[in-house]
Write a protein that binds this ligand. Sequence first.
Ligand code: GLY
Ligand code: MN
Length: 480
Amino acid sequence: MKKILFYFTCIIISHSVFSQNDDSSIIIDKEEKPFYDEDLLPADFFTCRRKALRDSMPANSVAIIFSNPVRNRSNDVDYEYHQNPDFYYLTGFTEPNAILIVFKEEHNFGDFTTDEIIFVPERDPKEEVWTGKRLGTNGVEKYLKIKKALPNTKFRDFEIVFKKFDKVLLERLPEGVANDEKNPGDLFSMLQSLNMKLEKAKNTDLHKLDYYLASMRQVKQPEEIEMLKKAIDITCDAQITLMKHLKPGMTEYQTEAIVEYVFKHHGAEYPGFPSIQGSGENSCILHYTSNRKPLYSNNLLVSDIGAEYHGYTADVTRTLPVDGKFSPEEKAIYNIVLEAQQAGIDACKKGNKFWDPHKAAQAVIAKRLLELGIIKHSYEVNKYFIHGTSHYLGLDVHDAGLYNSLQPGNVITVEPGIYIPAGSDCDPKWWNIGVRIEDDILITEDQPEVLSSKAPRKVEEIENLMQQAQQSVIEEVEQQ
Ligand code: GLY
Ligand code: MN
């Protein structure tokens, strides 16, 4: 109760201060807007994406795309909602319980004719007071410019004869969708209705839609590259801030707190994947996320992080000596990974095979580990470099794409690594050294563009930055 009184007192005090003070730094909240962010992708972007999908669809076909299900965390708490990236890519819509239907041609549905329909939750003040404002059907038509929006509760009785189409293109139906019994328009109910509507249709295809969307998503539009640059820039700022503030005695979760503070401060909605802050033996665990270990002076820290900005995620890894100075062994391994990474980046050329950067990086690591006596045969490189070098990057951290040849507009990672866990079959002086260096590369008509070059990656640059006089994290981030 005391807390509540304190809270209301604060509101009254701050309100009176605000209303009496004519300081020009005071900004009054006057206008209600459907979106607070002013740099979201415009509706036209999504309209063009739907058009591109329609252009790749065969004659007399229809595509059905579902929003992601809401996932329960425990009891009455759900995980923070995240839209299905395919759904977002085609609509810009970030709410759950929605279905998008894209038709190759226009069709008449009695009182309207259209080539696209979205079913969404209708506005509902009683619900919105709990979970936030919805766009509703009017908002979707007005702000997202989807031609026809209907309430999701109308999907069940919506007349559509799927067997009349030559092809019904579907993604894999989402699994484990919870049944919200109080909501007749939830995804569960719509999937049930869809199954009934599809029952007699023998023309469904569960592969082509994935293929069309992967072909589209792997080539980034200029607006998407701008979004990725923003996410990557924020992530580089987070790595730089971490370099300046890392010291023995911190914990892995405190390093996570620093990077995620930078993400949030610069407007990223979330990390695009759980932040990996692996020190000491954990530097050798590829997808380590528990981040509970204290940091010791003789540890390396693998910091593999990515801010997600308006849907687009970065993925940048730096490996740092906790005490600010690489040991000779750490430096030797680090410089091999750096050389391998550069060989990988050099292979990021239009027309090359997707796995050419991997082959180039792997060859360097094999050669150098042989020289150091860590392996006896080059095929043993797989013992210490146990993952691929690249993946596409975009709305997903491991983004949709065809993994065939590189083309302008692809954004991929180049992230070789060497991981030597304790007990490995080599001199124990190498044990518990895990190094990964990851950058985000735009394939162009000409030379590859390293979008994450702002975050230093040479040994001396990192060591210098780690020596710099420090402001507080908060002061430092304010100035970025
Ligand atoms: N950043 C994690 C990964 O690429 O798997
Ligand atoms: Mn990655």
